[in-house]
Design a protein around this ligand. Structure first.
Ligand SMILES: *Cc1c(COP(=O)(O)O)cnc(C)c1O
Length: 221
């Protein structure tokens, strides 16, 4: 993506009240450094190994976001530096993040991933599981995680009405959960939704973090 197109994308996202997380998975560090030179600081990866390697190789003022499914046995590798984990989809995973964050002497920011798509292959909590997690005594006792909001992935379809319905559902759920569980906590403020194919719709429905990869870097190989 050239500078002009990148600036136009940033302006569009900012005008919509959101920020861009540039999804750099599979891209070499040189490509990431180029975008960094243009001012981009929020980058996202979906694999732990790649995230760790790129964090090591690139400037330390980058905010690294983990957007892909996270296995409990890999949590320890990211807790020392990750800025936001978008993909927390179980109490067990959250408990491990809390434990490793304590060991690393920090609080780790997390989003709870909600299953909003029609496809069964996508990860995420159901609405009921989300409520159960937030009501649990185990969650109430966690001191080293901060729940900053919700994340979701819409169905991969050209059916605009369906995608809008899914984003709107997540938007309403976000408002409900904020009111019921986080009314006094200003950090519960992020709604991560929208990718290259559907970010305009996500902006329309209240997204605050947009995760765009291929539109910026070109198709992944
Ligand atoms: C790859 C990925 C993206 C970005 O997808 P594009 O279609 O390339 O913009 C966003 N979110 C998650 C969770 C991803 O894995």
């Amino acid at each position: 993506m050239n500078t002009e197109n990148y600036k136009a994308l940033i302006n569009e996202i900012q005008a919509g009240g959101a920020r861009l997380v540039a999804i750099s998975k599979t891209q070499p560090v040189e490509k990431i450094a180029e975008l960094y030179q243009q001012g981009q600081r929020l980058f996202g990866e979906n694999k732990v190994q790649e995230l760790v390697a790129k964090h090591k190789a690139l400037p330390k003022d980058i905010e690294w976001h983990l957007v892909g499914h996270l296995q409990t046995n890999k949590v320890k590798q990211v807790t020392p530096f990750v800025h936001l984990i978008h993909s927390v989809d179980s109490l067990k995973l959250l408990a491990e993040i809390n434990k490793q964050a304590l060991a690393a002497g920090r609080t780790v920011n997390c989003l709870l991933q909600v299953h909003i798509a029609a496809e069964e292959t996508k990860f995420g909590l159901s609405d009921n599981e989300l409520h159960d997690l937030l009501r649990s005594a185990e969650f109430a006792a966690m001191k080293n995680v901060c729940i900053c909001g919700l994340m979701g992935m819409a169905t991969n379809t050209g059916n605009v009405a369906q995608v809008e319905k899914e984003f709107e559902h997540l938007h309403l759920l976000f408002a409900e959960v904020k009111k019921e569980f986080f009314a006094a906590q200003s950090c519960f403020a992020e709604l991560s939704m929208g990718m290259s194919g559907d970010y305009k719709l996500a902006l329309k429905h209240g997204a605050t973090l947009i995760r765009v990869g291929s539109l910026i870097f070109g198709e992944r190989i």
